[in-house]
Ligand binder design. Structure first.
Ligand code: C2E
Ligand code: MG
Ligand code: MG
Length: 569
């Protein structure tokens, strides 16, 4: 049973007797009044028990009150109970200094009455409770009660220093929920909140009390496992991966959730806590790219890849301003007119003598929050090129890839409209290609934005169709003009029969919905014949031309494209 205890730390027994006598003349709630006469004794005592309040004499035989409070900060992060410092007359300056160190009040010895003493004790307890509450609010996440980012980062910083000093290890786990946005968007924030609280509880239950669990925001959680070797970190991750994926039942809803996890251990790949956080985040990012319920441990191999990525991220702004980022164009054949009616712009960036894959360039730009600068630059480059080509071939259409989460960005769209207006390019000369998988994630908002773009006359194509899971109903509602069937259906020769059926069904469906169908990734004459016989309206691929750098003159570009192509038709 908890007892309410007043602890008096004072080397003078007579003073302790005075306190006791004063308190015996008033009504107080203490079950016990304990006397300790040294700092060392007090430190040992409070290890075992937590008094309700403490009166601390400034001068003690083995140090002073200041040293005692500093020691508490060092060992347990500060006092866990209110402290009143008692000083001699004329020592008010010391008392003020002590209050700055966090004690709640001070008393001048020999000058107090019983009721003053009691009032000081009550005030100190109240102040301490209030401070605790404020501290809690400032350092915890109100939704889940977990630590917040500020406190977690602070703890991580100290823990890393502790590891350095004591040659111990720690593990840092970064976790987020797969498709959480979809839950939030589809069922509302209240449901999302319950999911987050559920997960928070599971995380706390899965680790030791001395470990730190925090919610950084949204569905991002971090866990620091103190004094833990990497194999133990791995073990905890496995535990989380088996414990968290589950069906949460809410009224008549069943939600399936699973986590993606990044793990990094210290010491190892990081030099400090900031790097450690970034590497854990990077490991999570990689895990997410592998699909649902995946886990990646950040190792030396990831580190060299990551360092290259960091170097690339830093180089992007300059690559944009120096026009080192370029665009290659791939012509697209219109089967009916037998002409190249369209051309797709594809980003190209040579970094440190090697070509960065186009998707990596785009992801780096998105992660670097450089999408506004990039799209401004891209629209200027590709539309200026289109303008030039349209002088020879006015009906030419430019297909531009745009990330689904950027298509919602009003500023990006404004920039596109501005450039089109400035160059007097008809809106109908543009196709925006949005990848199907990404399109699936933002239903309501996507619809509205796509409708707005579509109403302006800009065409919309669903890229890599067949890789996502578009429902037919969704597709019929989607304001779009073209379906680009994913390359894999044309190239995967092992499942040729099945793929042919899929292509045929897609072209039929597309035509029923008034959409033009594009065959992508066609590398052979056989592929060309097959896609045409299955009903595709456009054909694009290495058979006609690889994506290539433009010539000013459209005809010259087509000649060059054909020449540099895999094979020419
Ligand atoms: P995507 O839009 O589906 O583009 C087609 C990709 O297939 C291009 O790869 C193109 O070079 C390649 N390709 C075309 N024909 C053939 C073929 O016959 N055989 C083979 N094996 N490949 C062929 P790339 O340029 O590496 O681009 C990959 C993806 O990166 C693109 O897929 C697109 O989603 C994205 N991307 C490229 N440029 C941009 C850009 O400027 N902005 C955005 N947001 N995404 C881009
Ligand atoms: Mg595309
Ligand atoms: Mg594609």
């Amino acid at each position: 049973m908890d007892i309410d205890e007043l602890l008096i730390i004072d080397d003078c027994k007579a003073d302790f007797v005075i306190y006791k006598r004063l308190l015996s003349s008033v009504k107080h709630n203490f079950d016990a009044i304990t006397h300790i006469d040294s700092i060392e004794g007090a430190l040992a005592y409070i290890n075992e028990t937590k008094p309700q309040c403490c009166i601390l004499d400034y001068n003690l035989p083995d140090g002073n009150a200041k040293q005692f409070v500093q020691q508490l900060h060092k060992s347990v992060g500060g006092a866990k109970f209110p402290i009143i410092v008692s000083t001699g007359a004329g020592d008010e300056r010391i008392a003020v200094e002590m209050m700055q160190l966090g004690v709640q009040d001070y008393l001048v010895k020999g000058k107090m009455t019983a009721s003053e003493l009691l009032r000081a004790i009550r005030n100190a307890i109240r102040t301490f409770e209030m401070e605790q509450k404020l501290h809690f609010l400032a350092h915890t996440d109100p939704l889940t009660g977990l630590l917040n980012r500020a406190l977690f980062t602070n703890r991580l910083e100290h823990a890393v220093k502790f590891c350095d000093r004591n040659q111990t290890e720690l593990s840092l786990i970064y976790l987020d929920l797969d498709n959480f946005k979809l839950i939030n968007d589809s069922y509302g924030h209240d449901v999302g909140d319950v999911v987050l609280q559920n997960v928070a509880k599971k995380l706390t239950e899965s680790v030791r009390e001395t470990d730190s669990v925090a919610r950084l925001g949204g569905d991002e959680f971090v866990i620091m496992l103190h004094e833990t070797q990497s194999y133990q970190g791995h073990f905890v991750v496995q535990k989380l991966l088996s414990k968290i994926p589950e069906a949460i039942r809410l009224d008549n809803l069943t939600l399936h959730i699973s986590p993606s996890i990044g793990l990094v251990c210290y010491p190892g790949t990081a030099d400090n806590y900031k790097e450690l956080m970034k590497q854990a985040d990077e490991a999570l990012y990689k895990a997410k790219h592998r699909g649902r319920a995946q886990y990646v441990k950040f190792s030396q191999e990831e580190k060299s890849e990551w360092q290259r990525k960091v170097a690339m991220m830093r180089a992007i702004p300059e690559a944009i301003s120096n026009r080192d980022i370029k665009f290659a164009y791939q012509p697209i054949l219109n089967v009916t007119s037998q002409e190249y009616d369209m051309v797709e712009a594809l980003v190209r960036w040579q970094f440190n003598h090697s070509l960065v894959p186009a998707l990596d360039v785009v992801n780096l730009i998105l992660r670097n929050d450089m999408y506004l600068e990039f799209h401004k630059f891209m629209f200027l480059e590709v539309l200026t090129q289109l303008k030039q080509w349209q002088q020879n071939k006015p009906s030419l259409i430019m297909s531009i890839n745009i990330p689904a989460n950027i298509v919602h960005n009003k500023r990006v769209l404004e920039i596109l409209y501005e450039q089109l207006n400035r160059l007097s390019i008809p809106y109908s000369s543009i196709v925006l290609e949005i990848t199907e998988t990404h399109l699936m994630k933002k239903s309501e908002l996507t619809m509205n934005v796509l409708q707005e773009i579509h109403d302006k006359g800009i065409q919309i194509a669903i890229d890599d169709f067949g890789t996502g899971y578009s429902s037919l109903e969704y597709l019929s509602d989607l304001p779009c003009n073209k379906l680009k069937i994913d390359q894999k259906f044309f190239r995967d020769t092992r499942n040729r029969k099945k793929n042919r059926a899929i292509i045929q069904a897609t072209t039929t469906l597309g035509h029923q919905l008034d959409l033009k169908v594009v065959a992508e990734g066609i590398e052979t004459e056989f592929g060309v014949e097959e896609s045409i016989s299955l009903g595709c309206d456009y054909v694009q691929g290495f058979w006609y031309s690889q994506p290539t750098y433009p010539e000013d003159d459209w005809c010259a570009f087509i000649r060059k494209a054909k020449k540099s192509g895999f094979k020419t038709a």
